[in-house]
Design a binder for this molecule. Structure first.
Ligand code: ACO
Length: 331
């Protein structure tokens, strides 16, 4: 590893809106059961943002916590990237709104969208800017209010997702820790299986598009499931290969939190016992781009990650997209 030119995580933060919606709450409003949701997904409850709260609000709180953890001021930031599929609006970007809220006047800010893989895509972009010497301190955020784009009458999707935000601060390092490798993948030819059809230029928002519920998430769950089971383990293996780290050397896996059966399949492929895998989907459901950074922040704050531990972050999502990052933990 070239330790002259590596990038490390120096702070983490997360925020979940306070309202908890349990499977039993959902039983009362749709044709589902706690037993079905728990046995098929592992999810028991999720957090839901209230009417007045948008993605940038959650992102800003998570960002402030990450900055505090990193001992940095907002003015120290050179770059803010927000990964989200639920921006406050089409434009300005959510990252611009966060920049305004933080008063991070020096920072360049933009969004990226790679669905649930978005946070790891954003991290890889931020890493390149820092490695290239363009910027010193970057704030990388995954933030979502998926509840705003779910059809409350579609039990295939509305039981799966939740709202939340996670953030990290990254910086250049020469101390032999930090990001060891990243691996990103895309298969646009399969993107139809998971999408929000309306609201863009193909189907602009109209009375008709809303009446036809085209502004809601549409998902072919079985197709996504098959893809996810195959790709999570593979993506992690590819990133490990790039950093010459063996699977036996993994200390902790932080996977995207979509479905416990998908996570267990990835752990099996990596020959990891489940006590080395961070799981919080029982409490939060699938928070898309926010899942990995929220899980990373929780694992860090609980003291589960020790300095020099090999931590593998892995995600898959709409697009279709997938991503994995191998980190030698720095904190
Ligand atoms: N409650 C009760 N029954 C339900 C529910 C529900 N909430 N949802 C579906 N069912 C029914 C179906 O209608 C079906 O009934 P039928 O057999 O009479 O037709 C039955 O349950 C079985 O449905 P399956 O789709 O076969 O169930 P499966 O075991 O595949 O689980 C699930 C479905 C949980 C959606 C699974 O396929 C999955 O997790 N897929 C991956 C989803 C995912 O990860 N999406 C996020 C991607 S990340 C991103 O970028 C946003």
């Amino acid at each position: 590893m070239n330790n002259e030119n590596s990038v490390k995580i120096i702070g983490t933060g997360s925020y979940l809106p306070p309202k908890i919606v349990t499977n039993f709450d959902l039983e009362k409003i749709m044709h589902t059961t706690d037993e079905w949701i728990r046995s098929r997904t592992g999810i028991e409850s999720r957090r839901v943002a209230d009417e007045k709260t948008a993605t940038s609000d959650l992102a800003t709180i998570a960002a402030r916590k990450a900055l505090e953890d990193a001992n940095l001021m907002a003015e120290d930031l050179d770059l803010i990237i927000v990964a989200t599929v639920t921006p406050d609006m089409m434009f300005p970007s959510t990252a611009c709104l966060v920049q305004k809220n933080l008063e991070a006047g020096k920072a360049v800010a933009f969004d990226i969208e790679a669905a649930c893989s978005g946070f790891l895509y954003a991290l890889t972009i931020g890493e390149q800017f820092i490695k290239g010497g363009v910027y010193k301190n970057a704030l990388i955020i995954g933030a979502e209010t998926l509840s705003k784009i779910l059809d409350p009458e579609d039990r295939n999707t509305s039981v799966l997702f939740g709202d939340g935000a996670g953030a990290i601060v990254i910086q250049k390092t020469t101390d032999n820790t930090g990001i060891l490798s990243s691996y990103l993948g895309t298969d646009g030819s399969k993107g139809e299986v998971l999408k929000q059809p309306a609201g863009g230029s193909r189907i602009p928002s109209t009375y008709e598009s809303v009446k036809d519920k085209l502004h809601y998430v549409k998902m072919e769950g079985n197709e996504v499931f098959r893809f996810a089971v195959r790709i999570m383990g593979k993506a992690a293996m590819e990133a490990l290969k790039l950093s010459n780290i063996k699977i036996q050397d993994i200390d902790f896996l932080i996977p995207h939190q979509a479905n416990i059966r998908i996570i267990e399949a990835a752990a099996k492929r990596l020959e990891l016992p489940m006590d080395k895998v961070y799981v919080n989907l029982d409490k939060y459901g699938n928070m898309s781009a926010a899942s990995v950074p929220v899980a990373l922040d929780e694992a860090s704050k609980k003291g589960l990650l020790k300095k020099n531990d090999i931590v593998v972050l892995v995600a898959f999502g709409g697009g279709l997209t997938w991503a994995s990052t191998v980190v030698r933990w720095s904190k």
